[in-house]
Design a protein around this ligand. Structure first.
Ligand code: NDP
Length: 400
């Protein structure tokens, strides 16, 4: 018997909730709580009758610790799965501490007024969670998330030391729009318009946005242009994986996306500084979000595959080892199964599995933890069962 409070009811949450309902033995009672109650009720109506999971809904403003605490005190969850936006992470962690509830999220905290994402704010909660005998599992999506589990798995089974990691995130899906983002547009644009960075010899190296471009021939997808981005898991993996000399993150972008983004940047539409418009204060990026297609509406239009994985180089018993582990996901298959495209799917499935690891006690470390700190084997086993099978190669092409 377990009770799970799920916060947020957008693209990622919808997939995670479908998956919880397919996994009623673990998720026998869930509450969907978000800002817009009608979305929670609509999802409940769609799923009820197809699952043994008991579903209830509530309206909550996750920016208010007081509202969160009141909700947790009345529902009494064992775990809170945070699938709202990164701005809410700390409020939800505060409420979890006050109510004795375990915590899982998929994206690290970011202050709303600065596009800066790093773990320091959430790591500062480590001792308080430890003392309370609670676990906060950070970054249980795909990247961060499965990418961390892939690295922990490689470290456990194939390497004594991993020297180089390249995380490659390829979305070869086509939604037919000249410009749209696959997950929350505000968060997505903040991420890709920020400076790039990677870690080399223990130090961050900063690049201009999209300065470093490579071409990679992705298995089952083909050749794509990819660009080096800053990404949150670099920070934790550089600490938790032994022997790291360099770790980088690349994401593929098509030319149409980049041209539109450049133009929007040039005219000031991606700015997060509030401006005055007709006597009203608006944030240009939030206005842009309002006119772009809702990522949740891309599901029926998106065709093609994603390929996300990690290429690692290091040594085992004194011999050099190369290892590539990745998942290929088909947008159309995700839509047929849960009514969402593959970006929401590849994030929502690991979010459910991370929550499942804590609820079943398979993962029991206390405190604030990144996903690669846990034993990877049981998570790797569940990935295939819940729709994200992985493949491995010991002779991959490398990224120069
Ligand atoms: P959406 O915008 O589709 O959904 C966000 C949901 O959170 C919406 O239901 C929204 O409510 C709700 N919400 C926002 N603010 C509040 C608030 N103050 N109180 C209560 N509810 C709130 O985003 P996605 O589903 O695309 O993304 C969800 C999370 O997943 C993000 O943090 C994103 O960064 C992360 N992510 C992680 C990835 C990974 O691989 N690790 C990949 C992709 C995404 P409303 O419906 O009213 O707008």
């Amino acid at each position: 018997m377990s009770r799970t409070l799920i916060i947020g009811c957008g693209g990622v949450a919808s997939v995670a909730i479908h998956k919880c309902c397919q996994n009623s033995d673990v998720f026998d009672d869930i509450m969907i709580a978000s800002r817009t109650l009608s979305k929670c009720d609509a999802l409940k109506a769609k799923l009820e009758g197809t699952t043994k999971t008991k579903i209830s809904t509530a309206k909550v403003d996750a920016d208010s610790v007081e509202e969160l605490v009141a909700l947790m005190k009345s529902y009494k969850p064992d775990l809170c799965l945070n699938l709202a936006l990164p701005y809410q992470d700390l409020h939800i962690m505060d409420a979890c501490l006050e109510c004795g509830v375990n915590y899982v999220d998929t994206a690290n905290y970011e202050p709303e007024d600065t596009a800066k994402f790093e773990y320091s704010w959430q790591w500062a909660y480590r001792e308080r969670f430890e003392k309370a005998g609670l676990t906060a599992l950070l970054g249980s999506g795909f990247d961060p998330g499965v990418t961390g589990v892939f690295c922990a798995y490689a470290q456990k089974h194939y390497f004594d030391e991993i020297h180089y990691i390249d995380i490659l995130d390829c979305n070869a899906g086509d939604h037919g729009y000249p410009f749209a983002t696959n997950f929350n547009p505000e968060i997505n644009i903040r991420e890709v318009s920020a400076k790039g960075s990677y870690i080399e010899n223990g130090k961050w190296v900063e690049t201009e946005p999209m300065e470093i471009k490579r071409v990679y021939d992705f298995p089952e997808v083909g050749e794509k242009d990819m660009y080096l981005l800053h990404h949150e898991e670099l920070e934790s993996l550089a600490l938790n994986i032994k022997g790291i000399k360099r770790i980088r993150f690349f994401m593929t972008f098509g030319q149409s996306y980049l041209t539109h983004l450049k133009c929007l940047e040039n005219v000031g539409m991606t700015s997060i500084k509030p401006i005055n418009f007709n006597g009203m204060e608006i944030v240009p990026l939030q206005f842009l979000k309002a006119v772009l297609p809702d990522p949740a509406s891309l599901g029926p239009r998106t065709k093609g595959k994603t390929n996300i994985g990690c290429i690692m180089q290091g040594v085992k018993d004194g011999k050099p080892v190369r290892y590539y582990v990745y998942n290929v996901c088909v947008h159309e298959d995700c839509y047929a199964e849960v009514g969402s495209q593959a970006i929401s799917y590849t994030t929502g499935v690991p979010a459910m599995i991370g929550a499942m690891m804590l609820l079943t006690g398979k993962w029991s470390l206390k405190g604030v933890r990144n996903i690669e700190e846990f034993d990877p084997d049981s998570f790797m086993e569940e990935l295939g069962k819940w729709g994200l099978p992985w493949k491995e190669s010991f002779d991959p092409a490398l990224v120069d």
